[in-house]
Every structure is written in structure tokens, then in C-alpha cells.
Write a protein that binds this ligand. Sequence first.
Ligand code: NAD
Length: 496
Amino acid sequence: MTDVSTGSTPGSGSGFLDYAPAPESTSVLHLKQSYGLFINGEFTEGHGTPFQTISPATEERIAEIANANSADVDAAVAAARRAYERSWSTLSGADRGKYLFRIARLVQERARELAVAESLDNGKPIKESRDVDVPLVAAWFFYYAGWADKLDYAGLGPAPRALGVAAQVIPWNFPLLMLAWKIAPALAAGNTVVLKPAETTPLSALIFAEILQQAELPAGVVNIITGAGDTGEALVNHPDVNKVAFTGSTAVGRAIAKSTAGSGKKLTLELGGKAANIVFDDAPIDQAIEGIVNGIFFNQGHVCCAGSRLLVQENVHDEVVERLKERLSTLRLGDPLDKNTDIGAINSREQLERIRELSDIGEREGAERWTAPCVIPEKGFWFAPTIFTNVSTSSTIAREEIFGPVLSVLTFRTPAEAVAKANNTPYGLSAGIWSDKGSRILAVADQLRAGVIWANTFNRFDPASPFGGYKESGYGREGGRQGLAAYLESAGWSAR
Ligand code: NAD
């Protein structure tokens, strides 16, 4: 990769401003050869054929992972049901809160180990897992720990009730953070849980299971089962679950909505996105450039709310694109465990192929492709930061979620055109607005159909702030008081 400030290769040691390699130590990580399913407070063998989890940066095996078949799903749901009836529902909110506080503190204590595991298994840069993912995981548990004894104030009337057993299925892009978004509110509200992490990133969830043992959480309150889509399918369709919470692709979300319809299960869906990041000509350009980079290249663009469509006011388009290219040329792609890495590995070969395919379609449809000058490592799954200009609203890369480090740039002339283009998508998860004028930001935000809208910033998360989508981005909210409502019913009615 060429560093524009020096014209040399980062890490090569040949230039004045080069960085020496600074790999995070893996000595904190005590990996097992194989990991079982976490059912009823213990690790047990699965009855399906085990699979390997690999490092996407090196393609090397990390560990063997158990595969839950439908009998294992039955056992996990039965354990969650027993724990709900015999222990968790008999505890006071304050006592449930104490367990959540304990989990939050243990996450902080084991933060470095969790960050290393996450970067190894997912491919994301260690500075992101260390400084963003894991601190947010702890924050989520602390936040919902505080709610556990205050459910009367959750907005559902006095004495709202837990739903029972929650089936939770999560994706691979923020493995541990998505786990926290699911488990923390469910437990605070008094539910028990069976959670299935994604098949390419099970590692941090299994270390989290060890944390639950350390916290002496009553057996069966949280069960973690590993496997692929068929395991997830068996879990969400299990007749003894009361609640289904799914984060993942719109296609799978749609299938789950169909299969759970009429079952009485309460459903929350957090699905895909194609967010517009709108830059007006009066925007603070330096900050906007950083915000655009953070919006789409954070976590290699594997972010549901990524600012993947840049809408730039026509008169500043050339300047913005030029400065973006300069900034992208300074990003360091490589070893996810190196503390200087900005762009890590793509999580799987399958995802890499999808990014390549959609990018090739973009080029074939007439968009102009620019790729940051990077040296791509020989092994592993990598995709250099890429910008497409001359993108039309009908282009595939302006409509479909690429879920990779690829930015599509479109232009607009008036605020009305910006709003029309931003809303011209089947999704509605997030958006960004960059402008010097507060009145313009508020007026535009008011017209955007997106669950989260950032102004002069992007990709900011806080446990007190609800997150969720419109249209094909799903329904229900996670985070904040609203996130509790997904796991509670008011005292006057029953969900089943
Ligand atoms: P995916 O839908 O393929 O898989 C998500 C999870 O569902 C995995 O654990 C998978 O094993 C499981 N699964 C697959 N088929 C299933 C089935 N039929 N029934 C039940 N479970 C099944 O998605 P992915 O590729 O892992 O994740 C990327 C997607 O997730 C993107 O579309 C992204 O936008 C979305 N996402 C959304 C949010 C949000 O909050 N809205 C957050 C993160 C990711």
C-alpha cells in the first residue's frame, strides 16, 4: 500500500512517516482446540457435524466448533424454559440487575482477550474491536442492568411482564456487540435466552459463555448454540419460544416473518440498509471527509447502517471526491491484529465474492471505479477501499447492499432532490447529513425515512439511543427504553 505522505509502503520502514508493525499480543487468548454448545450452564457436544472457524486474514484454522442439530435446539430451549420458570422469573429486578452489572464488569476485565478473539475470528482491525465493539458491549450491559428494577417506567404501564424464552439469531459483522444488543435487554426484562451466533464468527460468543459461568448466572438463563442457517431456522421455528429477535439479511428476515406469522411469537427484525450520507456545499469539508470514511470504511463496510450512498451537492462534488481519494490513499490495509491497521479482512470468501460481483456489475453499468492503492496480502480475503463515481440512481450499486468497503457517489442540486434520492431505496435504517446550518439539518432530517439520522457525524452508537429501521430494514427497536418493549408485554394482555 502506498502512503501518500511519504510515497512509500507502510510498515516497510523505508520512509520518515512509516509505521513499524505493531501487532497486538495474542497471549491473552487461551484458545481451546474445540468448543461445545453452551446449554444449561455447561459446554456439551453437539449432535451435528462440527465445523471449523478460520481467520479470514490468514485462512488458518482457529478452532473446531460444535454444530447444533434439532435435538440440541430442543435441549437448549428446554433449558431456557426451565430456567425461566424455576429461577429467572422468581428473581427481583434488582437481583437480575446485579447479574448484568457483574457480566458488564467481567467484559471489561476480559476486554483485551475479547477484542483479540473478535479481530482474529472476524477480521476487523483490533483498534475497532478494542476501542468500539468491546467498550460498547460493556456499556450495553451496564445500561440495561440499570433498567432491570425500573421496568414500571419502560412505558408499558405498571408491572409489565417478561415474554418467556427468547430465540435470538445474529450476524457476523459485530458478533459480540450484536450479542449484547440482544442478551442485555432480554435478561433485564426477565426473559431467558437461546442465542445463535453466525457460523463464521462464533468465537467471542463462546468466550462470553465462559464469562456467564464466571458470573455464576443461573444455569439455562442464557444458552448459546452454534451452527449454520438450519440451526437458526430450527431455533426460530421452535414451538416453545415466545420471542424471536433476528439481525441479518432482509431475505432471511422475510422468511422468518413468514414462518412465525400467526404463531403468537413476538418478532423483532433488524435487517439490511443502503444509507444515504448527504453532503451539502456548506458542510465543514474536513470533518465530512472523515465522516464519509468512517461511514463506509469502518469495519470494511460490513455495517448495516453504513453510509454506502454518498449524495454530494453538485458544486462540491469534484473537491469532495478528490479529497476522499487522498484520504483513502493513507489508509492501511492488512493484519487485523496490527494496532495501525485501518482496513482489515473481509469476513469470508463468500462475502468477498459478493463484493467483487456487485462491483463488477457497477462498472459494467457505466459507473467509474477508483481503488485505493493497497498491497493485498497473498493469503486471506481482502478488498481495497473503492469509490464509484458517475453512479445513477437506477444502478445496481446504488440500490443493493454491497456490505463491503465500496462507496457509490451520486450528486444532487437542491435539498428536495437530496431528500428524494435519499428516500429512493427499499431500505430505511440510517442516514447522515453534513451542513453548517442547523435549520437545514432539521428540515432535511424531518423528511428522511430512516430510523437513525446522524448530523455532522456518522456511526455513533449509545445504549440509550434506540436503533432500528423502516421498510425493508425491519421493525422493532434495539437500545434505549424502546429496546425493552421488544421483550415485555403490558400486564393487561398476553402475547401468546
Ligand atoms: P444472514 O441473514 O445470512 O445471517 C444472519 C444469521 O441468520 C446467521 O446467524 C445465520 O446463520 C442465520 N440464518 C441464516 N438462514 C437462516 C434461517 N433460514 N433461519 C434462521 N436463521 C438463519 O446475514 P449475514 O450475511 O450474516 O449478515 C449480514 C446482514 O445482516 C446484512 O444484510 C446486514 O445489513 C444485516 N445486519 C443488520 C443489522 C441491523 O441492526 N439492522 C445489524 C447487523 C447486520
